[in-house]
Design a protein around this ligand. Sequence first.
Ligand SMILES: Cc1cc2nc3c(=O)[nH]c(=O)nc-3n(C[C@H](O)[C@H](O)[C@H](O)COP(=O)(O)O)c2cc1C
Length: 173
Amino acid sequence: MIESVSLNEVSTEVMSLMKSGIFLNTRFGSIDNTMIIGWGGILFHWGKAMVIVYVRDVRYSYQLLEAANCFTLSIPIQTDLKKAISICGSIRGEGVNKFALAGLTTKEARTIDAPIIEQCPLHMECKVIYKQLLDKDHIPEDILNRYYSPGNDSMHIAYYAEVVDIYRTRKDV
Ligand SMILES: Cc1cc2nc3c(=O)[nH]c(=O)nc-3n(C[C@H](O)[C@H](O)[C@H](O)COP(=O)(O)O)c2cc1C
């Protein structure tokens, strides 16, 4: 089954699940990958329904995202995906089929060229329309010390992406 839903309908559900991790799926050419994001938001900006996600420039997904400019979010509502979240949130996908490693299978997204995760019941398809490297000079010192330790040059890129499709694929969870 596929049931289209609106961003308003699912925004509370998505935001409450964000902290424990949701799958961000990317594709470039023949390479599919997934990572876990725990930071992000839903917003209305420039008259569009959007999500914002934060991906560090050291992630393999960053390279795919930069090339593809689109991604899907697969939202794991059931708790039996904890192990998969832990694998996909800790292993780098370069040269590895992380989906298989985590026991996940994929299907094609409806609107964009990217995979979705079959085990998740809710999916958002997103096209990047703006991005910005976070500026260390504008981050409070306590946060800098906590998340961007000295000697670690990695930084988050904020991706603003228009939500072009949202749907449920399962109702059993
Ligand atoms: C709960 C959780 C939340 C995470 N949130 C983010 C995030 O918002 N941004 C980010 O860049 N990495 C985040 N990570 C880390 C990445 O998912 C992890 O480094 C992953 O292995 C990257 O995969 P890749 O290198 O194949 O892209 C999170 C990990 C977990 C477990």
